[in-house]
Design a protein around this ligand. Structure first.
Ligand code: IFM
Length: 471
């Protein structure tokens, strides 16, 4: 299926006053200062230093130097009129080794960030884990070790005690599918392991960490809190009569492995069945599902693209070596097809209809659960010319996805907000600095910030509450 390029440009579409519009970043991608003020190493410090893992050998050592430029970055957010800013807290800044006493300097940085946001009328949305696991915990088997979930709860408690009077919206994990399957199955993300059993074990321990963290936060967060988790739910479309089966398998691993325990209190039977040759799921202990299945107030969803899938025919089955590195363990016989959409610099198809369908489908599955788009955006090769960045493709991407979100709302979806990824160009994980997602351009040599046309566009949406007509 392909969206005609003329679709989803609903100029003038209006968003309600209480619909929160803002932007997002994550600690390792923007902060830099990785060896300052008591921060310990994370898995990304180690992984990015391993030759061949990140494009150009890039690391997050400096990134956007946000740690040192906090005040001016906050001013920029204020100038854009952001209503919300989603950031993540670097666990190794708070507990260098992932356990024990909290590091005052680390806490102080996030206090300044939160206070600076509030002083500018910007709502802080704090994510506790956006992939930067303290390396000391990975050395003890990382997310494959059950204890990591308990260490995470301890860390959540520390943060809740310190910021729980000021931060209202709390996200436990960002995109646990990526942590588990890119980190432990395909190994393209830190810690770079290729162990399918560890990947499914990590799924469960991440789910457990979510539940334990909610339990740890509730008694200490006092500010009329909203608890959430952010999932990168995958949207799949079909192409032939094998597609429904292909979609079912991927949906189980990519989506229901998380929504099942978190929102329904169970792992889907078909997931347990499909993965039987890899694991018996004996790591799920009595009482775990009750712990994981806790009420949340809002579900964060990240959306970038949709993919077309079907089952492979015999002749297209991949080699053993390839399947050993699959990010979809147990579904290696699913084939991802080329689509005819325009693509972003990540090679991701631009499919705004996928966002609309995902939101509507989530609303049908969980009618009482409010949703928030916690990430959506696009990478393009931007250039600064005469002090401006005319990123019209990104503006168009945003017009089309805001239109899709608006259409979902017209159908009754309780969508509470939209955060564009990302506020700044930043460290795009295994792609290093080669992919730019920002609505603000960053010159990595001078650290100069230049608001792109997409940044000005977002400011206008916030000001007018509408998708502005093209000029
Ligand atoms: O940059 C990432 C972000 O850290 C998590 N979600 C997807 C983004 C784009 O790849």
């Amino acid at each position: 299926m392909t969206d005609a390029p003329t679709e989803y440009r609903d100029f003038g579409a209006e968003f309600p006053k209480d619909f929160v519009i803002g932007s997002a970043t994550a600690a390792y991608q923007v902060e830099g200062a990785t060896q300052e003020d008591g921060r310990g190493p994370s898995i990304w410090d180690i992984f990015s230093r391993t030759p061949g893992k990140v494009e150009n050998g890039d690391t997050g050592d400096v990134a956007d130097d946000h740690y040192h430029r906090l005040e001016s970055d906050l001013d920029l957010m204020g100038k854009l009129g952001l209503e919300a800013y989603r950031f993540s807290i670097a666990w190794p800044r708070i507990q260098a080794n992932g356990r024990g006493k909290a590091n005052e300097k680390g806490l102080g940085f996030y206090e300044r960030l939160v206070d600076g946001l509030l002083a500018r009328g910007i709502r802080p949305i704090a994510t506790l884990y956006h992939w930067d696991l303290p390396q000391a915990l990975e050395s003890a088997d990382g997310w494959a070790n059950r204890d990591t979930a308990y260490r995470f709860a301890e860390y959540a408690h520390i943060i809740g005690e310190r910021l729980g009077d000021r931060v209202q919206t709390w996200t436990t994990l960002n995109e646990p599918w990526c942590s588990a399957f890119l980190g432990y199955a395909s190994g393209v993300h830190a810690p770079g392991r290729r162990e399918p059993v560890a990947a499914f074990t990590a799924v469960h321990h991440l789910n457990l960490a979510h539940g334990l963290a909610l339990q740890a936060l509730r008694p200490v967060v006092k500010n009329d809190p909203q608890f959430s988790v952010t999932l990168n739910l995958h949207v799949f479309e079909g192409d032939d009569d094998t597609s429904p089966e292909a979609i079912r398998r991927l949906d189980a691993i990519g989506n229901r492995a998380f929504t099942g325990p978190m929102l329904r209190g169970e792992y889907p039977d078909d997931l347990l069945r499909d993965t039987r040759a890899i694991t018996d799921w004996a790591f799920v202990r009595p009482g775990d599902l009750e712990l994981i299945h806790q009420p949340i107030d809002i579900l964060g969803v990240n959306y970038y693209t949709a993919r077309t899938v079907r089952l492979r025919t015999e002749s297209t089955l991949r080699s053993r070596v390839e399947t050993a590195m699959s990010e979809w363990p147990s579904a290696e016989d699913v084939e991802f097809l080329e689509r005819q959409n325009p693509r972003t610099a990540m090679g991701w198809d631009i499919v705004p209809s996928g966002l609309e369908h995902m939101l509507v489908s989530l609303h049908q599955q969980f009618p009482d659960l409010p949703l928030m788009i916690t990430e959506n955006g696009a990478a393009f090769d931007d250039e600064v010319r005469a002090g401006r960045v005319h990123d019209e493709r990104r503006v168009d991407y945003l017009v089309r996805h805001f239109s899709a979100a608006h259409r979902a709302m017209q159908q009754g979806v309780d969508l509470r907000g939209y955060l564009v990824w990302s506020l700044f160009d930043n460290f795009e994980w295994a792609y290093g600095y080669s992919r730019r997602f920002g609505i603000v351009h960053v010159d990595y040599r001078s650290q100069e910030r230049t608001v792109k046309d997409s940044g000005m566009w977002l400011a206008k949406v916030i000001e007018t509450r509408r998708i502005p007509a093209p000029r």
